[in-house]
Write a protein that binds this ligand. Structure first.
Ligand SMILES: Cc1cc2nc3c(=O)[nH]c(=O)nc-3n(C[C@H](O)[C@H](O)[C@H](O)COP(=O)(O)OP(=O)(O)OC[C@H]3O[C@@H](n4cnc5c(N)ncnc54)[C@H](O)[C@@H]3O)c2cc1C
Length: 460
């Protein structure tokens, strides 16, 4: 008889792992959402913009129901910070790329990457190579198409806690419904916790009887518009900002490192040098409309900022990359701090104290100055917002919050994923990433999923 695996959460990692393990184990996935739906009201955040835009979702596929599937690797330095030995990890990145793109598509993207690097990497910066496949994938559907096989049982409900295996009895997960009623008890030999960077620490803490306290180590890569520039019409920055292949877009971000924190600069097409489109609540119009297309308040807000609407169209249609005006968008790496994370308090919703620290802001500011120095010959005009008014938004790469529950072995052995005090339980999702630089973490999480599946199969 096959051993049983219960997976908490059918998001990016839970979807992939359930399909990778379906033929070797009897797999049950517990997903709290029956339908796809953004999550705005299960985690409070009084310190920063979190719930004003889609930042997570439930339903099969989890947050990938709404993501952009922009793919980017962590560089070796960031992998080292995350406790992942870079040399051993390359084959898993390869599998992750192949999950999204065919060999021919990948080769085309790699050619664009090499051209961008040859054009840009002569000074202080390096290139962040980001690939956006044109088809936006819900990973539940993509994983099932890529890895078909035996049935996966899906149980809908909220996992309250894990009860680990004890001598003579297997482990199980307690599943509750919307009103707190018990829906199921899923028995399993192994439990994989894939509830995401804000869901997983809550499940782990409660399973360990910790109803209060901070699950520390949270980091994201906050983003802010910081300037508008007018480029020389023959600037190389235009060519690298967006290259279209037959099946994907390739974007080069320009990366600087100050005080061991990375900042990446992306250029977005603009109409002119006016700052109105990159300040105020309409500045992230694309995400806001997807989030809440029928809200009269948001529509009014957007009508009050038609420049932002026009610039979003220039970006989406790619036509604006031929123009001379650009907005400067930065994303900054965050340090996993002992004081930043998911706070649990008895009888209350979990809360996140997300914010950008003064040290982080100083690092980003220095890197932005470096960008303006390095590319001064390309920039004919610039209007820079003072750093004190950079209006950061959370970029929804909720990471690092399981750090206190797992060991840090320095390689991706089973100990990397194992929950120290819950035998037979493993974590694979954003919460396990101790560092991610400025990379969108999805590709790395898929690579980690392939790695954990390989380790699990050896225990089937
Ligand atoms: C708008 C948006 C765009 C994004 N774009 C990109 C991008 O371009 N590239 C990229 O790499 N990343 C992107 N991200 C981030 C990316 O989607 C996440 O990093 C990724 O989905 C994280 O995967 P995960 O498995 O950790 O969690 P999720 O995909 O969030 O999945 C967690 C799942 O667990 C379920 N769950 C949680 N707790 C419980 C519980 N107690 N019981 C039962 N079920 C539970 C949730 O309902 C959810 O389905 C984006 C995010 C957003 C919001």
């Amino acid at each position: 008889m096959k051993k049983r695996v219960a997976i908490v959460g059918a998001g990016l990692c839970g979807s992939l792992l359930s399909t990778l393990l379906r033929n070797d184990f009897k797999v049950t996935v517990v997903e709290q959402g029956r339908k796809k739906r953004p999550l705005f009201d299960d985690v409070d955040c009084a310190t920063g913009e979190l719930n004003t835009s889609i930042n997570r979702a439930e339903g099969l596929g989890g947050t990938t129901n709404y993501w952009h599937n922009a793919l980017i690797e962590l560089d070796d330095h960031d992998l080292g910070k995350a406790g992942i030995e870079p040399r051993g990890f390359a084959p898993y990145y390869q599998q992750a790329w192949s999950f999204f793109l065919s060999d021919a598509e990948l080769a085309e993207c790699n050619r664009a990457r090499d051209a961008n690097r040859a054009s840009l990497e002569h000074g202080a910066s390096t290139v962040a190579h980001m690939v956006l496949p044109q088809a936006r994938h819900n990973v539940w559907h993509l994983a099932n198409a890529r890895h078909p096989g035996d049935d996966i049982d899906v149980v809908y409900g909220h996992v309250e806690k894990i009860v680990p295996a004890a001598s003579g009895t297997g482990g199980h997960v307690e599943v509750k419904g919307a009103k707190g009623e018990r829906v199921a008890r899923v028995e399993a030999d192994y439990i994989l916790v894939c509830g995401g960077g804000l869901g997983t620490p809550v499940v782990l803490a409660r399973s360990l009887g910790q109803d209060s306290g901070l699950c520390a180590g949270y980091h994201d890569h906050p983003m802010a518009y910081v300037a508008k520039v007018k480029l020389r019409s023959d600037s190389r920055l235009k060519a690298v900002s967006c290259t279209a292949t037959r099946s994907a877009e390739v974007r080069a971000g320009i990366v600087y490192e100050t005080a061991d924190l990375k900042t990446v600069v992306y250029l977005r097409p603009a109409i002119d040098m006016k700052l109105g489109s990159i300040t105020g609540p309409a500045r992230y119009i694309l995400s806001d409309l997807r989030n809440d297309p029928f809200s009269p308040r948001k529509i009014l807000r957007l009508l009050g900022n038609l420049e932002a609407v026009r610039e979003a169209i220039l970006f989406k249609t790619r036509s604006g990359f031929r123009g001379d005006y650009f907005s400067v968008l930065i994303l900054g790496e965050q340090t996993p701090l002992k004081t930043r994370g998911v706070q649990l308090s008895p009888g209350q919703r979990p809360s996140l104290n997300w914010h950008v620290t003064a040290d982080e802001l100083r690092s980003y500011q220095h890197s932005v100055d470096e960008f303006f120095t390095e590319f001064a010959p390309d920039i004919l005009d610039r209007k820079v917002l003072p750093a004190t008014s950079w209006d950061f938004r959370n970029a929804a790469h909720h990471s690092g919050t399981a750090s206190q529950f797992v060991a840090a072995p320095g390689d991706t052995s089973l100990a990397f994923f194992a929950v120290t005090d819950l035998p037979g339980s493993f974590v694979c999702d954003g919460s396990i990433l101790r560092a991610a630089g400025i990379a969108n973490s999805g590709l790395t999480l898929v690579a980690l999923g392939y790695r954990l599946a390989e380790l699990m199969r050896a225990m089937a």
